[in-house]
Design a protein around this ligand. Structure first.
Ligand code: CDP
Length: 227
């Protein structure tokens, strides 16, 4: 059986990460949440008062950032920043409100993409993000572009945060989702785009199971065709 690379890109809060995790588990593939890497970098910048206008501060910070993923007791990936579990902290609204500015910086992207490509060099990986099919793995065998209406996405994100004890007003979440889409799609460096060979899935009215199954079917067909 040939292992493939599955790139899942799309708008914020479309369920890319949860879907990618399930697809990876089903196929026995590695899962990599590239957004968690940008979030962890943003957290480091916040905690160390890095000025986003200072190229030297940014480069120095990037040299001190070590991001790792370890598995919890259920086999789910936990993000570690310089040895510390930051999985919760990187998902707060404070980090969410800054991440798109940090991820628009070229030096940040160069550092992250280098690590992401290394992790995918043996294939057998599902990676989700904004530029996976366009920049990180332009030759990925399966590319998915996920979207949904902003309202549905904000509702899902609000529920997710509430489950973690973070009660955030709906309008604040909606604004964050819309603002990030705007910043991510219009930035100069690796903007979020749907590449021609990506399959678009609008999951506004789809159940989670349906969307996972659709991607698994696409992946299995691709693997069979290549084997
Ligand atoms: O989970 P959600 O869709 O809200 O976002 P995420 O995947 O955790 O990504 C957080 C932010 O990181 C995005 O809004 C982008 O600004 C940035 N990002 C990026 O620029 N490139 C990637 N490959 C992944 C994330």
């Amino acid at each position: 059986m040939s292992d493939i690379i599955i790139a899942i890109d799309g708008h914020s809060a479309t369920g890319k990460s949860s879907t990618a995790k399930r697809v990876a588990k089903h196929l026995g593939y590695i899962y990599l949440d590239s957004g968690a890497m940008y979030r962890a970098t943003t957290l480091y910048f916040l905690n160390n008062d890095i000025e986003l206008e200072s190229a030297s501060q940014i480069q120095k910070a990037l040299d001190h950032i070590n991001i790792e993923f370890k598995k919890d007791e259920n086999g789910l990936p936990i993000t570690y920043l310089n040895g510390k579990n930051v999985e919760e902290e990187i998902r707060t609204m404070e980090t969410s409100s800054r991440v798109s500015k940090v991820s628009a910086i070229k030096a940040v992207r160069v550092a992250m993409v280098k690590q992401q490509r290394k992790l995918g060099e043996n294939k057998g990986i599902v990676m989700d993000g904004r530029d996976i099919g366009s920049v990180v793995f332009p030759d990925a065998e399966l590319k998915i572009f996920m979207t949904a209406s902003a309202k549905v996405r904000a509702e899902r994100r609000q529920k997710e945060l509430a489950e973690k004890g973070q009660n955030v007003h709906f309008n604040e979440i909606l604004k964050n989702v819309v603002d990030r889409d705007q910043l991510d799609s219009t930035r100069k460096e690796s903007p979020l785009i749907k590449v021609d060979d990506a399959i678009e899935i609008d999951n506004s009215t789809m159940s989670f199971e349906e969307q996972v199954n659709q991607i698994i079917d696409l992946a299995e067909a691709k693997i069979a065709a290549l084997s």
